[in-house]
Design a protein around this ligand. Structure first.
Ligand SMILES: *Cc1c(COP(=O)(O)O)cnc(C)c1O
Length: 749
């Protein structure tokens, strides 16, 4: 049946007569029919990618693209006066992730399916996700973010397991989302509890955290600043790990394996430490099947691989042994046994799973009892080997490896920026879609003025689109002729949105003094702060207050503006990234493990303003020093400065005029008119007296580099040449490449 007829049948009437809602449902049905027509090859071994987050974004357009029918459907719709983007907007964005780690998991699932590999994701079905960010009084407020609806993409299955805790037994229910790739369809397995009750959460932060039978799967990362919150997270983690372990064992047996041969049939990638309890749980299950302890440990050690995402010590999970013992005593017994074995081998206390304060270190368990430990960018892996995990590296040198992150080129180029993609195809054909390294062929146009002009034109069209969207969404009028300077990522002190804000204060005050930029600047932010992370919320407050002041300043706002996207998510990213000129990647060197936003922005022709951190370092070596703007202290210097403990921000505050002026401004009268004194004062104090992520030492260089960048922007052709070099070299960051490396060196499917 031809596609048009098929769609018509699935809509139940003529396409012309359908509402967008009816078309949305009809397309969903069509997608699901086309998917079942794919042949899915079975391999012996299967990958289970287990993660607390999957920030998958809307799926409709990507699914159509991966099925190879996107262009045709788009045309059928437009022939009938319908707009595919408007229809796609009807899908609620799944609220299953928070930031880069969850987005990475989503890009990997896309690439695994694209490459025809058999690999499923495993996680939890959060009903309200992280939270929906709303702004009021220049502050972030958190609301529930419901996204599951009638005709959603989730399929209920018959699969259900029991998870035993000391005080209750929970019954799970497996739901799946199809991950449709060009070459096969895999599944995202999301476990829910049967007894979930959405009504217990009146609010996104205030709810009864002890009512586990009802609340377990309501929120991602519930506030863990109190004991009940900590326990709820541990309940979630064990529930996820236990269900994953049951699923893996059951599927393996169905595939003809046995408990003894589990590691020949399954490989588990543990995405950060949240799923780490899968190790003791698999061991427990194997023992239950009659496999002895030694053998069970060996099997599990041969099938689990751990990805480290951070060296921030507060993000490396530790549980108090008493808490673990109280909730999941059987698992605590196994962890104790694993720790006992470590302790008989290693004297070095920093290697012990359970430390002298009775804290259970999840990452340490992963490293001892997994066969692979990987960092997510070369610099990050180097720091793990040489500093953070050096003692582990010395005993297990072969386990350590690097897998530089990647992004789904299909989502971040084909779907997000069709104009650019079509232009690339017109220049080099579409062979690059099978091997994105071929984007390199674009370099032969580096001195072709017509090509460079077209890149500028495409960027402008994307900026105009974004302006329209912003106007619709948040009623702000943005000048599409300004430079779009973009910092979009979770709010965290190490990512240093505060440094960008201080720069903007200086710029604003310069403008008030009559020092005008050559071209207006629009600083675009998107960021959610964890609800209990006070300083992060103070930083958002600062930025929103500045936005408020500047947008009401008739004169200054002709030259500078701030726009903060409310509830930053994948859908926002898909709009902002194609329109970005400057990509702010300004984390304190050594702190951003990789970053993937930097890759998406590079691919879309934004130039990086970045520190020598994470994957910025690799971007730098790919494009060369002339096509990136780097600044700031090196990771070596930063690590040494931490070690010495000698950093005193007050010295910079007293000596550096620009810093002093910007920091003083945070609590000036104008700010206090629109802002909250306690919050602003707290942030100011934090900067002057602590500045843990060392904003001030990098500030002068940041300012000078950014100003040079703005100046360079005015040579439009030279800038466009840099854009082209960035796009041409972004192919290395295809998640297809990353996944191929995981498969070759770790999964071996
Ligand atoms: C890519 C992405 C991130 C990660 O951004 P970083 O700059 O790497 O921290 C976070 N959130 C969303 C919605 C993304 O698309």
């Amino acid at each position: 049946m031809n596609l048009s007829k098929r769609l018509e049948k699935n809509c139940g009437k003529l396409i012309f007569d359908c509402t967008d809602e009816e078309l949305f449902c009809g397309i969903l049905k069509t997608v699901s029919e086309l998917k079942t027509e794919q042949k899915n090859e079975k391999s012996k071994k299967k990958l289970y990618y287990i993660s607390a987050e999957f920030l998958i974004g809307r799926l409709l357009e990507c699914n159509l693209l991966n099925l190879g029918v996107y262009d045709e459907i788009k045309k059928i719709l437009s022939d009938n006066g319908k707009d595919i983007s408007r229809i796609a907007e009807l899908e609620a964005e799944p609220s299953l992730g928070n930031g880069g780690l969850g987005r990475l998991a989503a890009c990997f699932m896309d690439s695994v399916a694209h490459m025809g590999l058999e690999g499923d994701g495993v996680g939890l079905l959060y009903h309200y996700g992280l939270f929906k960010q709303v702004f009021a009084d220049n502050k972030q407020h958190e609301e529930k973010n419901p996204w599951i609806s009638e005709n959603s993409i989730i399929n209920k299955t018959e699969i259900s397991y029991k998870t035993e805790f000391s005080d209750c037994t929970l019954t799970s229910r497996l739901y799946t989302i199809d991950i449709i790739g060009k070459n096969r369809t895999n599944k995202l397995n999301l476990f829910d509890i049967e007894t979930v009750d959405e009504s217990v959460a009146k609010d996104a932060t205030e709810f009864d955290k002890t009512d586990i039978k009802k609340n377990l799967t309501l929120f991602l990362y519930p506030d863990d600043s109190d004991e009940a919150g900590k326990r709820l997270r541990l309940y979630q983690e064990y529930f996820m790990a236990s269900n994953a372990a049951h699923l893996i064992l059951e599927e393996t047996i169905r595939r003809g394996g046995t408990p003894e041969t589990l590691n020949e049939y399954a490989v588990v990638q543990i995405n950060d430490t949240h799923p780490s309890l899968i190790i003791p749980e698999l061991i427990r299950l194997l023992c239950e099947c009659g496999v002895g302890m030694d053998k069970s440990i060996e099997i599990v050690r041969n099938m689990c691989a751990y990805t480290n995402h951070t060296i921030l010590s507060e993000a490396l999970e530790k549980w108090h042994a008493d808490t673990v013992a109280a909730l999941i005593p059987r698992i605590m017994e196994i962890i104790k046994e694993l720790d006992r074995r470590v302790k008989t081998e290693c004297q070095d206390k920093s290697l012990h799973i359970i430390d002298e304060n009775s804290l259970v270190h999840m990452a340490r368990m992963d490293i001892h009892y997994g066969f692979s430990v990987n960092g997510v960018a070369s610099l990050h892996t180097k720091i793990l080997k040489e500093t953070e995990l050096n003692n582990f590296y010395r005993i297990y040198p072969k386990k350590f490896n690097n897998k530089t992150n990647g992004i789904s080129m299909r989502r971040w180029l084909s779907v997000a920026n069709p104009r650019l993609e079509q232009f690339i195809v017109s220049l080099i054909g579409d062979g690059f879609k099978d091997d994105y390294l071929k984007l390199k062929e674009l370099e032969k146009f580096a001195d072709d003025d017509e090509v460079l002009q077209k890149l500028i034109d495409i960027k402008l069209e994307n900026k105009i689109d974004l302006c329209t969207y912003i106007e619709e969404k948040q009623g702000r009028n943005i000048n599409s002729n300004s430079v779009f300077d973009v910092q979009i990522k979770r709010l965290h002190e190490y990512k240093r949105q505060q440094m960008n804000a201080l720069y903007l204060i200086n710029k604003y005050l310069d403008i008030k003094r009559g020092i005008l930029p050559k071209r207006p600047i629009t600083a675009i932010f998107g960021a959610k702060a964890a609800p209990a992370y006070t300083i992060a919320k103070d930083i958002i407050h600062l930025i929103l207050c500045l936005e408020d002041i500047i947008s009401h300043d008739e004169h200054a706002s002709l030259y500078i503006n701030i726009f903060v996207a409310e509830n930053y998510n994948v859908s926002w990213a898909e709009r902002i990234i194609p329109a970005a000129d400057i990509s702010e990647q300004i984390s304190l060197a050594s702190k951003e493990a990789s970053g993937t936003g930097n890759m998406k922005l590079m691919l879309n022709g934004a130039l990086t303003l970045g520190t020598h951190d994470g994957a910025n370092v690799e971007i730098n070596s790919l494009v060369g020093d002339d096509n990136i703007y780097t600044f700031g202290d090196s990771s070596d210097l930063v690590i040494a400065r931490y070690k010495k403990g000698s950093y005193k921000p007050s010295e910079y505050y007293e000596k550096d005029k620009r810093i002093n002026e910007a920091v003083e401004y945070i609590t000036c009268n104008k700010m206090l008119e629109v802002g909250d004194k306690t919050s602003l004062k707290r942030l100011q104090n934090e900067l002057i007296n602590k500045d843990y992520f060392m904003t001030f030492p990098d500030f002068a260089d940041y300012t000078a580099t950014k100003d040079r960048m703005l100046c360079d922007y005015e040579d439009r052709m030279a800038w466009a040449r840099k854009m082209l070099i960035n796009i041409a070299n972004a192919g290395y960051f295809s998640a297809d490449r990353t996944v191929a490396e995981y498969n070759k060196e770790i999964w071996k499917l």
